[in-house]
Design a protein around this ligand. Structure first.
Ligand code: ZN
Ligand code: ZN
Ligand code: FE
Length: 722
């Protein structure tokens, strides 16, 4: 048999291949197959040239695609043949300069190998709070520019010691080109002794802990007095706190989806059903059966949990409604008054990135660990575009071809810092992709800050109705491009017809949208005040029905109907009204509180739906309010009424969909569909009517998913016109 001829091939590997240990993997693979050549990071991802016998090159290419490192995602490998050069060795070359096209990886939880070192007294990184490797550690939050390389991270100010340098340069080492590599001799340090923080926590105190994407406020989650003190100082009355623990099984019964999500490299907060009688302070998550749990994801977290032996409340380091603190001075200033001690360090956080939140496998907030990973658009953007999202729970989305880069949760853009993060993160995303947008998509709401930004760009503009964007976000993640129905149950959004929408059945695709049914609009007495005080809408409903209004203030507040009462079909207000009537909550301290507590009350109680007329595309939500009030007056159990109300909303919207006849696919979206009882009932009823149901899997159903929907619509409209 003749000797196999020597060839040289150039492989362009695209996808998430930087900062995930891909080049060391390529090096090992090339060495294993006895090939020479090189690999480097460039603007397209990783560029590999390999030389050797054709059969071994085939085997190499096969392994490259089929068995990449755990955190890598190979999107494509393009191969071309090059002239043979007679290289003797395989080497890793420095990154090619220039603006990158390659994605920056998300932040990754401490891996098992690093964890073993952390607690190994014989290791040189024993108990070092900043150890990481090419498969774990900070990424997105320390990046100052693209492409991803140590000099363009906040680790640039820590020159490597000889030992770290040797590991970093050794292709056989698991820290080969681990950009955040560090050790006690050369890397970042804590600015406060760890023992002090442990003592404060064990003593029931509050510690501000510098994390990956911002500061947390921590305290003993089992200590009622400590949690109550944190609530008081943070001005947060009732919104649930997340708990960090190494033993989540002690607090909740976990199904395999939750377990996998908890332990995933993204390490989000996972909302789970709590066990009864667990040793947590009641004020951790009052008024809800859900509990937010997360596993430790930095070495510092592991040390804190191990040394205190406590489950810790870990909540964003801010006062309620402000963006999370990332700057050390800012933390001292803003958190100094809340925390008894600040546990900081000298590795700068370049960008704010809040913890992600997932429930039953669906993101409620998609941030740390996910961002800036790409999603796919069903219709590729013919030209690069930016979608600017909504106002609260703001995100933006940059689309290039079929890739859609959805930003992390930025918060309420009315906050200066959130708006700065919008600008800075957008600039980085464009820089990392090496592109300038040619079109902008935005909400129709004239007062949204992101909409004003969009209009000021002087680029091709695509205005998208808020609930169409919600629907499109769900359709796009399922790659559904045909005309479909969508049930969007939301707070409120700009309708474009002078009223506020938020309880819709839409007939839409990724280009056009028609509103075919909606909740009958009701006035919001006092405007925004009616959102904070659910009893106001309840009072209006009762008065309309000629029923007694139990709230004395109504005599005064009803005057606002004449001057300030925008009309809204938002489903959120319907839940509010029933919550107020059932005595669940008359005033809320955080968004969605009344609905969350109403869902909690309904629990798993079985009930037939309350009656609700649907005619000529109008869903008479008032029927449900009046029926609930009547049941209460007749002495029916409140939990049963709450359950029957949930079923009534679901049944009414299912009927509204069925009455349209076609199409036969229904997307479900909007903030109110975080309510799992409502979501499940609606799904069940639609499927029973023979309709195909699409639910969110990757993008939040809240306003955090709106920018992705806008991007999908703009891309579809642009390609329809192209
Ligand atoms: Zn590691
Ligand atoms: Zn070192
Ligand atoms: Fe919305």
């Amino acid at each position: 048999m003749p000797a196999m001829t020597t060839e040289r091939r150039r492989l362009r590997v695209a996808g998430v291949v930087q900062g995930v240990g891909f080049r060391p993997f390529v090096h090992r693979l090339a060495t294993l197959h006895g090939l020479s050549g090189f690999a480097l990071n460039d603007t397209g991802g990783v560029l590999v040239e390999v030389e050797g016998p054709a059969d071994r090159l085939d085997a190499f290419a096969f392994a490259l695609a089929s068995d990449p490192p755990a955190l890598a995602e190979v999107a494509s490998i393009a191969t071309e043949w090059r002239p043979v050069r007679g290289d003797r060795t395989f080497e890793i070359r420095p990154s090619a300069a220039g603006a990158g096209l390659a994605p920056i990886p998300p932040d990754i939880a401490t891996c098992d190998a690093c964890l073993r070192e952390l607690f190994d007294p014989g290791d040189r990184r024993y108990r070092y709070p900043f150890l990481s490797c090419s498969g774990c550690g900070p990424r997105f939050t320390i990046v100052t520019g693209a492409p991803y390389d140590r000099v363009r991270t906040t680790m640039a100010s820590f020159p490597m010691c000889g030992d770290c340098r040797r590991e970093y340069e050794n292709p056989a080492d698991r820290r080969f080109h681990a950009e955040p590599i560090a050790c006690p001799a050369c890397g970042p340090r804590l600015t406060t002794p760890l023992e002090d923080a442990v003592a404060v926590l064990r003593d029931g105190g509050i510690v501000a802990v510098k994390g990956l994407g911002g500061y947390h406020l921590a305290c003993d989650a089992a200590d009622e007095a400590a949690v109550a003190r944190l609530r008081r100082r943070k001005h947060r009355d009732a919104k649930p706190f997340a708990v960090m623990t190494s033993s989540p099984h002690s607090f909740a019964i976990l199904d395999p989806t939750d377990e996998a999500m908890l332990a995933s490299p993204a390490r989000p907060i996972v909302l789970v059903r709590r066990r009864a009688g667990i040793g947590l302070a009641a004020s951790v998550a009052p008024g809800t059966s859900w509990l937010g749990l997360m596993l430790p994801y930095t070495p510092l977290h592991h040390l804190l949990l191990a040394d205190t032996g406590l489950p810790l409340v870990m909540t964003s380091g801010n006062r309620t409604d402000e963006p999370i603190a990332i700057d050390d001075h800012d933390a001292e200033g803003r958190l100094g008054a809340i925390a008894d001690l600040v546990l900081g360090h000298d590795r700068r956080i370049e960008r704010r990135c809040e913890d992600s939140v997932v429930r039953t496998g669906v993101p409620v907030r998609r941030s740390r660990g996910f961002t800036p990973g790409a999603l796919r658009l069903p219709i590729p953007a013919p030209r690069p575009l930016v979608a600017t999202g909504a106002q609260t729970k703001s995100t933006f989305c940059v689309a290039r071809g079929a890739d859609a880069f959805l930003s992390g949760h930025l918060g309420d853009l009315d906050h200066e810092e959130a708006y700065r993060a919008f600008a800075a993160d957008l600039a980085l995303t464009l820089d990392m992709l090496g592109l300038a947008p040619e079109a902008v998509a935005c909400d129709q709401h004239p007062d949204y800050r992101a909409t004003r930004w969009a209009k000021a760009q002087g680029l091709e503009l695509h205005e998208v109705q808020h609930h169409h964007a919600h629907a499109a976000a769900c359709l796009a993640e399922h790659h559904e491009t045909e005309q479909s129905l969508a049930v969007v149950l939301d707070g409120t959004g700009y309708g474009g017809d002078g009223t506020l929408w938020g309880g819709e059945v839409l007939r839409c695709d990724l280009v056009a949208c028609e509103r075919i049914a909606y909740l009958e609009p009701v006035p919001l007495p006092g405007g925004e005040a009616a959102v904070r005080e659910p009893w106001r809408v309840a009072a209006w409903h009762l008065e309309q029905a000629g029923l007694p209004v139990p709230w004395e203030q109504w005599a005064v507040v009803r005057e606002s109907l004449k001057v300030n009462a925008p009309r809204s079909s938002g489903a959120g207000r319907l839940f509010d009204a029933v919550a107020a009537i059932l005595g669940v909550r008359e005033r809320v301290t955080y968004e969605g509180q009344a609905a969350i507590e109403l869902e909690h009350l309904a629990a798993d109680v079985r009930a037939a739906p309350l009656p609700c007329r649907v005619d000529a595309g109008v869903v008479h939500g008032g029927d449900l309010v009046v029926a609930a009030a009547a049941d209460l007056a007749n002495g029916r159990d409140r939990a049963a009424i709450a359950a029957a109300f949930h079923e009534g909303v679901a049944a009414a919207f299912a009927r509204a969909c069925a009455e349209t006849g076609s199409p036969r696919t229904v997307a479900l979206s909007g903030g109110c569909l975080q309510n799992l009882r409502l979501l499940d009932s609606l799904t069940y009823r639609l499927e029973a009517l023979g309709l195909r149901v699409l639910r969110h899997r990757r993008v939040p159903p809240t306003d955090g998913g709106v920018s992705f929907g806008q991007a999908a619509i703009a891309a579809a409209r642009m390609s329809a016109c192209a």
